[in-house]
Each structure stands twice: as C-alpha cells, then as structure tokens.
Write a protein that binds this ligand. Structure first.
Ligand code: FE
Length: 187
C-alpha cells in the first residue's frame, strides 16, 4: 500500500477512535481525504483500470473490524450509476478527471431531483450519509476519458445491503455492489 494511502487509513482510524459523532467524523475524514487527493501520484495502476462497459469499484483497504472501507471508483467514458443509496457515511475525493452527482428525494411521484447537479473536480471532496443526503446518481463528467474518485465509507461497502431506485416510480430494489478485485463477496 502506498504511504499516502497508509497515512489516510491511519487518519480514518484516528477519527473513529473518538466519540461516535458523525459530523465530527465526517469533518476529520473530509480533511484527510483532501490531502489524499491533492496529488494524483499514488494509486496503483491495477486499481485504476476501467472496464469497457461497467464502472469499477476496487477495494483498496478494508478495516480489520469492517468499520470502514476505502475504494477506487473507476469511470470509463460516459459511464454512470443507477440512482442509489449508501446507508452509511461516505467521503468522496476526486483524484483524476471529474464526475457529476445529482441528489434525489424519494417521493410518492417517484424520484425527484434535489438541487442542481454538483460537479466534483480533481482535488475536491464531497460527503454522503443518511443525515447529509444519501441518494444520488453519479456520472463520469467526461465522455472521452477515464475519471477516478476515491471513496471511504463507514462500513464494508461492497458487502453492504443497500438500494437502487427506479427513477419513475421510486421503487427500491436491494443490491450488494461487491468489489471488482475481490471474488465471492461474503455476506
Ligand atoms: Fe454513491
């Protein structure tokens, strides 16, 4: 593991060692993430490989007690997620390229866009959680190149049961994302 990633993992551990106040944890981790994505010079090439069809989520580190996980999220040109939630806190740092996130609210009339789309550029950091807003759709802002963001979540996110939402009806469907580089995700 690169020294920068190791340093980041130590910072998240330090954040979790304090009181379990989400706002405090998010602020600590947001600062550490800002430092991690300040320079694009540490991600292992095998954790940066796009797939021609699907966005990829590579596990970079899983806490031994599964309190948190760190992934690289690799976007091929034009790729996007479905509308989804996380069910835990998450901090997203843009390492390479840029992405666009649209937040949604679940209503009786289906999913309603909440606010304008947010652009995240290299070096910038964004937050998600059931408290600060947990439902969104994310896209590679570029149609001609790869973008990569680094995510940390307050759980083993690849093995977490969460939801995708039908845009028109708001119907929720359970999903488990897994990791592109880990076989047979254990539930
Ligand atoms: Fe997300």
């Amino acid at each position: 593991m690169s020294e920068k990633l190791e340093q980041f993992v130590r910072e998240v551990e330090a954040a979790l060692a304090g009181p379990s106040d989400e706002a405090r944890i998010l602020e600590h981790v947001r600062r550490a993430m800002g430092e991690l994505v300040a320079a694009d010079d540490w991600l292992a090439p095998e954790m940066a490989v796009p797939h021609p069809q699907f966005y990829q989520q590579y596990l970079l580190h899983r806490d031994s007690q599964a309190r948190f996980s760190v992934v690289s999220f690799v976007w091929g040109p034009g790729q996007q997620t479905p509308v989804h939630d996380h069910t835990v806190w998450g901090v997203i740092g843009m390492l390479r390229g840029s992405e666009v996130a649209q937040s949604y609210l679940r209503t009786d009339q289906g999913m309603q866009a909440e606010g304008p789309p947010q652009h995240l550029h290299a070096g910038q950091v964004a937050l998600v959680s059931p408290t600060v807003g947990d439902i969104h759709r994310v896209s590679n802002a570029h149609h001609d190149r790869v973008s990569i963001s680094i995510h940390v979540y307050g759980a083993d996110i690849g093995n977490r049961r969460r939801h995708v939402f039908d845009l028109a009806t708001g119907a929720a469907k359970e999903f488990v994302s897994g990791y592109a580089n880990v076989r047979g995700a254990v539930l």
